[in-house]
Design a protein around this ligand. Structure first.
Ligand SMILES: C[S@@+](CC[C@H](N)C(=O)[O-])C[C@H]1O[C@@H](n2cnc3c(N)ncnc32)[C@H](O)[C@@H]1O
Length: 246
């Protein structure tokens, strides 16, 4: 496993909550402290990962064969290449420890890879990684997976980022997105743990940030209620999301 990090990562805390193996003691300590201030998190993150699964399966069902994943975190536990097993997938993140972990997990995988990628600067993604893992890049519709990331970008940055992404992918591309609702308002200690760069949003103001991306008729809803398979999971409405068309 890669070198032990000194700081926790929300992505590896999620891996811990999902029962994965790719996290460190520092991540477990942060996850445990957060649960002390908020309450159990595993069911909420299972429901969020299930939303990733349903939205990616929906995009694949619409003919998307190339997925570019931002703020990807740990590429396991029902992640994009496991759901869309025949698709080409490039996972990206900015956290060097998580990127190294992801590259270790995907080593030798034919169709999925992991590279540095700052969502706010898509032009900065290594062209060699794009060419290797997204053969359709620049020619075919792209499935942009933007989950667990909006909370870390302020409104102007998020709007500019989604606009840039709209401009770099061809018509027919689709976006799977989510954002943090205002659940943590009731838990000030947990909210403080997320730091100053953490942004909660309401469903009335979020759509304007999507710019030219057009949400499907399924709308922007609590993630457990986005095209549920059977009964929707009974979890707090901590995350809202949907799918949008180019
Ligand atoms: C809450 S985690 C979500 C991980 C994953 N998407 C999931 O749902 O399990 C947020 C991730 O976004 C990454 N991140 C933060 N700012 C970013 C940026 N500007 N561009 C790309 N990734 C970013 C963090 O390093 C972290 O891995």
């Amino acid at each position: 496993m890669t070198e032990t990090p000194v700081a926790p990562s929300t992505a590896r805390m999620i891996d811990y909550w999902l029962g994965g193996r790719h996290h460190y003691p520092v991540d477990v300590a942060a996850a445990t402290a957060f649960e002390g201030a908020y309450g159990p998190c595993a069911e909420i993150f299972r429901s969020l990962r299930a939303f990733l699964g349903r939205s990616v399966a929906y995009l694949a069902g619409q003919g998307i064969e190339n997925f570019l994943v931002f703020g990807a975190g740990v590429p396991t536990r029902g992640n994009v290449h496991e759901v869309a097993a025949d698709a080409h997938v490039l996972y990206t993140d900015i956290d060097p420890v998580t990127i190294a972990l992801g590259q270790e997990v995907l080593a030798g995988h034919d169709l999925a890879g992991y590279a540095f990628g700052d969502a706010t600067d898509p032009a900065g993604i290594d062209p060699a990684a794009l060419a290797r893992f997204l053969p359709g890049w620049g020619r075919e519709p792209i499935g942009v997976v933007f989950l667990g990331l909006a909370a870390f970008l302020d409104d102007p940055t998020l709007a500019r980022t989604l606009d840039q992404l709209h401009r770099v992918v061809p018509p027919g591309s689709m976006l799977a997105f989510d954002f943090d609702g205002e659940e943590l308002t009731g838990y000030p200690e947990a909210l403080a743990m997320m730091g100053e760069g953490f942004h909660m949003r309401d469903t009335a103001t979020f759509p304007a940030l999507l710019g030219k991306w057009r949400p499907t008729s399924d709308g922007i809803v609590p993630v457990a209620r986005w095209r549920p398979e059977g009964q929707a999971a009974e979890v707090p409405d901590a995350f809202h999301g949907g799918v949008a068309l180019h």
